[in-house]
Design a protein around this ligand. Structure first.
Ligand code: CA
Length: 216
């Protein structure tokens, strides 16, 4: 039984390279390739064992898709991020959203088929600089804080919205769950971003987890 692979990547050159690596590996079968979040969402009902996921996509951030996959399928499918972005904030947002591994795009040295097989076997493939970044974060967590990083003061309703966002809900689903209009939810989300000092959902979740507002 081969493991079904979906590649989410907007750069055709990289998508081709990754597809070749998948094809070269006996245990893997390429189920589909998506160049946008929208195309990837259309594949979410398929039985996928592993997603190889770019983050910078034309219609948004792949981190949102990680949360959606986890909300829909739980811990089942593996998610391996393959990105040029290696900053700590992005890496942690991906990991906290549920990524199983994080590789930097280095096509010359990357044996993607092997990395995918490792992830499927329960491993957590990390590029060396990514692993270093995660370890640094863990060390920092155990040092006394330099500045007071208290939990931002959200209203109970904003907190409720934030919890649903953390479960991968889209604004529309949050609206339905809370029986409010999508417009109102948009207002809450903007207010949450403002209070947390962030501009994206991934950053908001990271900030919320870091400050202890949300727990995993
Ligand atoms: Ca990209």
């Amino acid at each position: 039984m081969k493991a079904n692979v979906v590649i989410v990547e907007d750069d055709p050159r990289i998508a081709t390279h990754v597809a070749r690596g998948v094809a070269a590996h006996d245990g893997l079968s390429l189920l589909g390739t998506a160049g946008t979040l929208a195309e990837a969402r259309a594949l979410l009902d398929q039985e996928v064992q592993i997603f190889i996921l770019d983050l910078g996509l034309p219609d948004g951030n792949g981190i949102d898709l990680i949360a959606e996959i986890r909300a829909r399928h739980g811990a089942g499918p593996k998610i391996l991020v393959l990105s040029v972005l290696g900053d700590q904030e992005t890496v942690l947002a991906a990991v906290l959203s549920g990524a199983d591994g994080y590789l930097l795009k280095d096509l010359n040295s990357l044996d993607i088929g092997q990395q995918v097989a490792d992830a499927l076997a329960g491993g957590a493939p990390l590029s060396p600089t990514i692993a270093a970044s995660v370890l640094r974060y863990l060390r920092d967590q155990h040092e006394p804080p330099q500045t007071e990083d208290g939990a931002p003061d959200l209203s109970p309703r904003e907190f409720e919205v934030l919890q649903l966002l953390a479960r991968g809900y889209k604004n529309k689903q949050v609206a339905e769950t809370l029986s409010l209009s999508p417009h109102t939810i948009g207002e809450y989300v903007r207010s949450i971003y403002r209070k947390l000092g962030v501009t994206s959902r991934g950053q908001a979740l990271l900030r919320a987890f870091r400050s202890g507002l949300l727990r995993r």
